[in-house]
Structure formats: structure tokens, C-alpha cells
Design a protein around this ligand. Structure first.
Ligand SMILES: Nc1nc2c(c(=O)[nH]1)N[C@H]1C(S)=C(S)[C@@H](COP(=O)(O)OP(=O)(O)OC[C@H]3O[C@@H](n4cnc5c(=O)[nH]c(N)nc54)[C@H](O)[C@@H]3O)O[C@H]1N2
Ligand SMILES: Nc1nc2c(c(=O)[nH]1)N[C@H]1C(S)=C(S)[C@@H](COP(=O)(O)OP(=O)(O)OC[C@H]3O[C@@H](n4cnc5c(=O)[nH]c(N)nc54)[C@H](O)[C@@H]3O)O[C@H]1N2
Ligand SMILES: [Mo]
Length: 711
């Protein structure tokens, strides 16, 4: 931290840590150790001096009345909110005594670290997800709630998620934003899109909900939820049939294009129209425009992959740029994620070398050689049903599972278990922290050191602390190192502080990482990956894709080996008219619950000004569905399915078609009517590939709350 002169105002170059592709460079203004405000760093070409609504008044979050400032021990009933302050030493001792007892009786797998991306820092996320837990042989967490379905589907085609440079979209003539809500979730991409539009590009949005992004589009297309694979394969079919494909690219740089073309042939415009609800002529028009208004690019979202067949959907859409040979040309290609371009030294972060076997930790008879893995999307069932051993302790950090995980009623029941020892390391007294036995206070990013990659651009950011930790809060890495020491682990890894870990992570042979040093990051705040040019065009002729063949795998032997069809296909969503007619007859409406504009998952949902902007927990319903149910705008409605029930305020709106509903995520249960947010309705079912979440494949019924319904 800089050593300021008392009474003077100064600035610190730092970065936003939140789970967002934009990973902004920030200038923090500080006086006497207090944060006065933040602004986007004007020198970073992608941040361009702008911050989103959520982060623009970050001081509201840093100094929120919900901040946890001291270690707290539960004194009343679980969830009653009665706490006693105690010291860090007492807290660490108690945790370790309980854990040692659990390991002795149940084995180390009875302990589960549960985390996601509260901070995306490589130190306080990546390193904290490996190291200690490897050494403890705890159960492993499959971190699947967000991106693994998409990564797996995309990976079968391209090997790794190395999308095109977002700054190159200004050079596109045709941009499809597909299942992404850029104007809310990737706000720094919108000025780039607008600039492309000024230069003549057509901007298309494909989304069952007419989002803010769709309002900025030249052409908006609303498919039935979960049917996009059919649309993509249908577009490919039109392109092949009209001879608009790039045969040279297909021959030289793909695998299996003939088999792929034959597969697409069954996706005629009429069949696709029937599946997607989009007119056949519009499908043809879209395919022709995509293949002829060159260069054309697709911005693909993760949101669309949170459907029962999300992996197959992403896989099908991802083939399109190869069909028209869009790769390797400025303004062309596809961007799902840029993350695999950041080649940090991941072994130095995760430290797989620290792994021991559960058998090394205790002599319990059910111990395996390798710890089991628990899918975070099924944490409700895992807490309630798993045996040999049951989960006896959960250590939660960087996440708020009570609010964000699907099938909330089950999750909450699991977290309420009397015999569960629940420790939550948090900044805020969240729905999850409120159920804990011990709450440990966490620093905000402005109070600790870290380094960030991005999944939406090509800049590395250093998060330099701007202010001292509030209260007794500590960074994740410091807490986990302290726990390791208290457990008696003597490995030198646990003596590494954030700076040592960052320096180790920067040791990389990748040409893209050359010249990125800790010292330079300290001076400049951010450094662009060492690309040949700006904007950067990856995968030019002569540069391999990351698949085994080095080509785009339209026919995937890897998929076949994993038990999937080697060619992409369309599958009806599990909960839908075609996927489960019986269920659809009882629950005729498909609920989508994607990102809210003013919240970030459940982060920021406790900040007064943002809560005011988001108004109240709401659900958008079509005029037809409302009329049939005598629902008027603003009315409280009951929304339910076999998993549970919530009360929401209805918005009668033609932004959704009949049979579709939209409710932005995520309010805290604490702030929701009857203490239940939309995740009471979502299911623990996982995607076809990658074990991902299915937040958008959930059928519901709706009725005016004043009417008594039989359920
Ligand atoms: N303001 C804000 N920003 C965020 C977040 C947030 O919560 N709030 N979350 C952050 C995180 S963790 C992530 S992963 C990213 C997510 O960023 P996005 O990928 O943009 O995610 P979502 O908004 O969840 O979903 C995108 C869109 O997919 C649409 N969709 C759902 N089902 C389908 C379908 O079957 N077909 C099509 N075509 N579209 C579908 C939804 O209606 C939604 O508008 O955003 C990050 N940024
Ligand atoms: N219905 C529905 N549910 C969803 C989604 C959806 O679209 N619809 N989106 C899903 C997606 S894409 C995702 S990624 C998940 C996100 O799930 P989570 O990663 O759990 O996301 P957040 O709700 O942002 O909770 C992060 C928590 O980490 C805390 N935190 C922040 N920084 C730190 C730190 O440095 N240390 C510690 N110890 N804690 C910290 C924050 O205070 C916050 O409470 O939610 C999923 N849930
Ligand atoms: Mo996410």
C-alpha cells in the first residue's frame, strides 16, 4: 500500500475483482485510509474510463452495514442471527479442532470447501481453491455453476476457449449477439458494437427475452428457449445448400466437414421453424446475411448454456464461423471467452503437488485413493443424501450458495442440518453466512493484493490495495495459510503471501505473457497480453486451433470417446413441450432467470441504491399468459412448480412470448417475499456436457397471489 501523507487525497491503480468478462482497470481515490470513490481507468482501452452502475459507487459496498468485520461465533439457533464476537486465534483453533475430530471419525472427505468467484483474483480464487484442500484431501468441488457446459461444448470444436479480441468487433460488418445480454453483463462491449454499427454493421440479438441489448439491435430474433442448436444447424444447412460456405477453409482447417454437412441437411428451414418458433424465411435470411455480410462475428454468452442441453447448443453454434471461414480475418470469428489466452503458471497457483490421499489423513474404512468430487450444482442433495462419508463440515468462501445454487429449498435444508459444522468466510452477512456456526470476515478487493485475468478481453490487471483492511478482515489466502499452519502442515507453499504467489504465477513461457512483470504491473496497473497487433486476430492461416488435430473439429473423436455423438445435434430441453409433455401440461411456462442489470449474481443485491434501481423481485410475463390468468401489471403472483413456490411482482410485457417468463437473478432470500428467491424453482439437473447448471430449463405455473389455487 502507498504511504500517504495525512490529510491529502491520492489515487491508487487497481482493478475490479468481480465475476464479469470486463475485469475493469480502476482508479481509486483515497484520503486518510478511507475510500472516497472509484473511476474507470481512462488509459485502459477496454475500460475506457467507464465503470458499470454496480461498481461506480463501490464505497457503498466497501462500507456497507452488512460488512462482517470480526470473527463471529453463533450463539443462538442456526439462522437466528445471534452472534458472539471472538478472536481470530479462537476461531482458527475451534475450526481446526472440529476438523481434526471429523477427519478422525469420518475421513478428510467429510470436509468440503465450497467456493465460486466472489473474487476472480488468481490468488484469492485459484490458489485458494487448490493448495490447502489438496493438502487436506478434502472432497473436491466440481466448479460447474457457470461455465463448464459451454467450455465443454466449445472445447469439442476448438479445444480451448480462446475467442477473438473484443476490440476487433469494430471491424465486423455483421455481429450476432447470441444468448448474451451485453448491455447488462458485458457493458464495455456495447460502445464497440455501437461503433461497428456506425461503420455500417448489422447488430443481431438472439434471445427469448427482448433484453436491453436487444433494444439496441438492428434485428431481434426470439427463439423458443433451449432450441438454438436447431437454429444454428439450420443456418449451416442453408449456407451449404446455397453454396455460401468456405470450402477451402473447410478442407484445410476442419475435420469432418462432409459428415457435418450431411448432418445439417435434416435441419430444413421448415423443421427448424417448427422447433424454434422462428419463421422459415427469417432463418434463411439470417443464414444468408451471416454468410455474406463479411466479416461477421458472433458474441456468444454463457447464459444460453445454462439449459439442459447447453453443451450441445454451444457446440452447434460454435461451428458456424468455420462453415463460412470467418476465422483468421479481422472482424470475423467468435468470442465466448478469452480466458485460455492467459497462460499463467497454473501449477504454481493450484499446487497439485501438495495432493495427498484421504488414506494419508486417517484410517477410515471407506477412504479412497483420490478424494471424491461433488458437483456444486447438486449441493442440496449432497448435503442431505451423501454417505460414506456424509459432508460433516463445509467451508464456504467467494460464494453465497444459499442464494445462488439451484433448488434453494433443498440447499437451505442441507445447510440447516444440526450436525453440519458450517464455516463461512465472507465480506457480508449473506443468506449463507447467516446460517453459519462461524463467520470469518473477508477483505474487499480494495483491501488486499491480487492479480486478474479476464474472460472477455486481453488485459492483465494488478489489484493493488487502496485502503487497509476494515475491522479484522483478512484476505482468503491469509486465512487459508493460517488454517494450514494451525493444521500443522509445514509445506513451504503455506508461507507464500499474495506477492510471492503472483510472482510465481507470472513465470510463463507463453509468448503472450512475455514482458508482463510484477514491477510493470505495479507501475502501469494493467498490461495487455503480448499480442502481435491490436486488435489481435488469432488463428490466422498457419496457426493451429487447440484441438488434438489442430483443426476445427466439426466431427469430434474426442466427443465420441466421451460417449457423445461425434457430430453436433439438437435435443429438446428436458423440461419443455417436446422434452416432457406431461410436466409441460402441469407447468406450461418456461422460466428464464438470468443476470439482473444492477446485481452481480447475489453480489450488490444488498446495496440500497442498486436494490432501488432493481425495484423488487419481479417476473416478466406475456400479455396472453397474464390475460388467461387475470393477472394485471404490478400484481403479486404465485410462481411454483414441484420444487417450491415464490411470490413475485408481475410485469405484463411483450418482451417475452407466451409460454416464457423472465425473472432477473438474484435477490437475497432475506429481501424476497416469504424469504424465497427464484432459485427455489430451479433444478439440480445438470447439463448434457460439463455438469453445468440449468437455470433456464425450468417449467413453472403462475397465478395471481390473491387467488387460492389448488396445487
Ligand atoms: N449486471 C450483471 N452482470 C453480470 C452478471 C450479473 O449477474 N449481473 N453475472 C456475471 C456472470 S457470473 C456471468 S457468467 C456473465 C453472464 O453473462 P451472459 O452470458 O450475458 O448471461 P445471462 O444474462 O445470464 O444470459 C444471457 C442471455 O441468455 C438468454 N437465454 C436464456 N436461455 C436462452 C436460450 O435458450 N437461447 C438464447 N438464445 N438465449 C437464452 C437470457 O434471456 C439472457 O438474456 O455475466 C456477468 N456479468
Ligand atoms: N437463478 C440463477 N441463479 C444463478 C445464476 C443465474 O443466472 N440464475 N447465475 C449463476 C452464475 S453464472 C454464477 S457464476 C453463480 C455465482 O455464484 P457466486 O460465486 O456464489 O456469486 P455471488 O452471488 O456473486 O457471491 C459471491 C460471494 O462472495 C463474496 N466475496 C467477494 N469477494 C470475496 C473475497 O475476497 N473473499 C471471500 N471470502 N468472499 C468474497 C461476496 O460478498 C458474495 O457474497 O450464480 C449462479 N446462480
Ligand atoms: Mo457466472
Amino acid at each position: 500500500m502507498p504511504d500517504p501523507v495525512a490529510g491529502s487525497e491520492y489515487t491508487v491503480l487497481t482493478a475490479c475483482p468481480h465475476d464479469c468478462p470486463d475485469a475493469c482497470s480502476i482508479v481509486a481515490r483515497v484520503k486518510d485510509g478511507r475510500l472516497l470513490g472509484v473511476a474507470g481507468n481512462p488509459l485502459n482501452p477496454y475500460t475506457a474510463g467507464n465503470l458499470c452502475r454496480k461498481v461506480a459507487h463501490y464505497e457503498e459496498r466497501v462500507y456497507s452495514p452488512d460488512r462482517v468485520l470480526y470473527p463471529l461465533k453463533r450463539v443462538g439457533a442456526r439462522g437466528a442471527g445471534e452472534w458472539r464476537r471472538f478472536t481470530w486465534d479462537e476461531a482458527l483453533n475451534e475450526i481446526v479442532l472440529r476438523w481434526q475430530e471429523i477427519i478422525r471419525r469420518y475421513g478428510s472427505e467429510a470436509i468440503l470447501p465450497y467456493s465460486y468467484a466472489g473474487t476472480m483474483g488468481l490468488v484469492n480464487m485459484d490458489a485458494c481453491t487448490g493448495r490447502l484442500w489438496n493438502r487436506m484431501a478434502s472432497s473436491r468441488l466440481a466448479r460447474t455453476i457457470c461455465s463448464t457446459a459451454a467450455q465443454t461444448g466449445y472445447g469439442y470444436v476448438y479445444g480451448a476457449s480462446g475467442g477473438v479480441d473484443p476490440e476487433d468487433f469494430v471491424n465486423s460488418q455483421f455481429i450476432i449477439c447470441w444468448g448474451a445480454n451485453l448491455a447488462s453483463t458485458t457493458v464495455h462491449m456495447m460502445p464497440i458494437v455501437r461503433e461497428a454499427q456506425r461503420r455500417g454493421a448489422t447488430f443481431v440479438v438472439i434471445d427469448p427475452f427482448r433484453t436491453r441489448t436487444a433494444n439496441a439491435a438492428d434485428w431481434y430474433i426470439a427463439p423458443r428457449p433451449g432450441t438454438d442448436a436447431a437454429l444454428a444447424l439450420g443456418m449451416a444447412n442453408v449456407i451449404f445448400a446455397k453454396g455460401l460456405h468456405d470450402e477451402a477453409f473447410l478442407r484445410e482447417r476442419t475435420v469432418g466437414w462432409i459428415e457435418f454437412r450431411d448432418r445439417c441437411a435434416s435441419f430444413t428451414p421448415d423443421r427448424v421453424a417448427d422447433i424454434t418458433g422462428i419463421a422459415a424465411e427469417e432463418i434463411v435470411k439470417l443464414a444468408v446475411a451471416y454468410a455474406t455480410q463479411l466479416p461477421s462475428a458472433i458474441r456468444l454468452g454463457y447464459g444460453i448454456s445454462r439449459t439442459s442441453h447447453g453443451g450441445s447448443i454451444i457446440r452447434a453454434i460454435s461451428t458456424l464461423p468455420a462453415v463460412i471461414g470467418a476465422w483468421g480475418h479481422s472482424g470475423g470469428g467468435l468470442l465466448l471467452s478469452t480466458s485460455s489466452h492467459f497462460k499463467f503458471n497454473s501449477a504454481e497457483l493450484w499446487r497439485p503437488d501438495l495432493r495427498v490421499s484421504p488414506q494419508d489423513m486417517s484410517a477410515v474404512h471407506w477412504n479412497r485413493d483420490t478424494p471424491r468430487t461433488i458437483n456444486m450444482n447438486q449441493i442440496g442433495d449432497a448435503l442431505l443424501d451423501l454417505q460414506d462419508p456424509p459432508i460433516m463440515s463445509m467451508f464456504v468462501f467467494n460464494s453465497n450458495p444459499a442464494a445462488v445454487a439451484p433448488d434453494s429449498a433443498r440447499v437451505r435444508k442441507g445447510l440447516m442440518r444440526d450436525d453440519l459444522f458450517l464455516v463461512v468466510h465472507e465480506q457480508m452477512m449473506t443468506d449463507t453466512a447467516n446460517l453459519a456456526d462461524i463467520v470469518l470476515p473477508a477483505t474487499s478487493q480494495l483491501e488486499c493484493l491480487d492479480i486478474m485475468r479476464s474472460y472477455g478481453h486481453l488485459y492483465v490487471n494488478l489489484c493493488t490495495p487502496a485502503i487497509p483492511p476494515l475491522g479484522e478482515s483478512r484476505a482468503n489466502i491469509d486465512v487459508q495459510n493460517a488454517l494450514a499452519h494451525a493444521m500443522g502442515f509445514t509445506d513451504s507453499a503455506f508461507d507464500q503471501d499474495a506477492e510471492a504467489i503472483i510472482r510465481a504465477a507470472l513465470q510463463s513461457d507463453s509468448p503472450l505473457m512475455q514482458g508482463i512483470t510484477y514491477e510493470r504491473l505495479q507501475m502501469e496497473g494493467f498490461v495487455r497480453l503480448n499480442t502481435e497487433e491490436t486488435p489481435w486476430v488469432p488463428y490466422k492461416a498457419g496457426h493451429d486451433f487447440a484441438t488434438k488435430s489442430g483443426r476445427v473439429e466439426l466431427y469430434s473423436a474426442a466427443a465420441e470417446k466421451d460417449g457423445y455423438d461425434p457430430l453436433p445435434d439438437y435435443y429438446p430441453p428436458a423440461e419443455s413441450r417436446d422434452g416432457d409433455p406431461e410436466l409441460a401440461s402441469r407447468y406450461p411456462i418456461n422460466l428464464l432467470s438470468p443476470a439482473a442489470h444492477h446485481f452481480l449474481n447475489s453480489t450488490f443485491s444488498n446495496i440500497d441504491s442498486l436494490r432501488k434501481s432493481e425495484r423488487e423481485p419481479r417476473i416478466w410475463l406475456s400479455p396472453k399468459d397474464c390475460e388467461e390468468r387475470s393477472i394485471e401489471d404490478g400484481m403479486s403472483v404465485r410462481v411454483w412448480n414441484d420444487r417450491g413456490e415464490v411470490i413475485l411482482a408481475a410485469v405484463v410485457s411483450d418482451r417475452v412470448k407466451p409460454g416464457v417468463a423472465w425473472s432477473p437473478s438474484l435477490w437475497w432470500h432475506r429481501d424476497s417475499p416469504h424469504g424465497a428467491n427464484v432459485n427455489v424453482l430451479t433444478s439440480q439437473r445438470v447439463t448434457d456436457m460439463g455438469g453445468g447448471s440449468t437455470f433456464h430449463t425450468n417449467l413453472i405455473q403462475v397465478a395471481a397471489a390473491t387467488h387460492v389455487m389448488d396445487s
